[in-house]
Design a protein around this ligand. Structure first.
Ligand code: FE
Ligand code: FE
Length: 177
């Protein structure tokens, strides 16, 4: 993993691993799975854009139109395949946690939720609202999730980027519960 990632991304991965383990201990998820998923969630992050499309072809990942145009999303889908193929992680729950860590999905497993949130609150993250998100994450994962998605959507709008429908569906799902 260290060879595949830039130093900054590798350090982020270590911190997501630690944060995911902490959340898994608090909320009763499988700690070992949280450790592996946290560590590997960004394993495909530093591929070049060309390499990403090439690898997606290789793994037969069918990209939706938004993901094709918003290439920053692809590392998650590809990461799930790379974790399986290169790192030998066969576990379906870990696959899902990596696959959905950028766009989210409605009714996600506890592990997927933990990786999604740990990615945003690990100690190396600094942005407005992160302290509040960290607080929420230690009390109520669903509330944290909604808060995080709201921030994500705001930042996507601010950048004028495409918003993935999964993110909207996830927000609506958890807000309606
Ligand atoms: Fe990522
Ligand atoms: Fe990440």
């Amino acid at each position: 993993l260290k060879d595949m990632l830039l130093e900054k991304r590798y350090n982020h991965s270590l911190m997501v691993k630690e944060t995911a383990v902490e959340l898994a201990q608090i909320f009763g998820a499988d700690v070992k799975k949280a450790e592996i998923a946290g560590l590997l969630h960004d394993c495909a992050k530093n591929f070049t854009k060309d390499e990403m499309f090439f690898q997606c072809d290789k793994y037969k990942i069918v990209l939706d139109d938004i993901s094709k145009k918003q290439a920053g999303l692809i590392h998650a889908y590809l990461g799930a395949e790379v974790a399986k193929d290169l790192f030998g992680i066969e576990d379906e729950e870990i696959y899902d946690a990596i696959f959905y860590h950028t766009v989210g999905k409605p009714d996600m497993s506890l592990l997927t939720k933990i990786i999604y949130i740990a990615d945003a609150i690990e100690p190396l993250r600094h942005y407005e609202g992160v302290e509040r998100l960290r607080e929420l994450a230690h009390i109520d994962l669903d509330k944290a999730l909604i808060y995080q998605i709201d921030m994500t959507i705001k930042s996507v709008l601010k950048k004028g980027s495409l918003l993935h429908p999964n993110t909207v569906d996830t927000r609506n799902y958890y807000l309606s519960r």
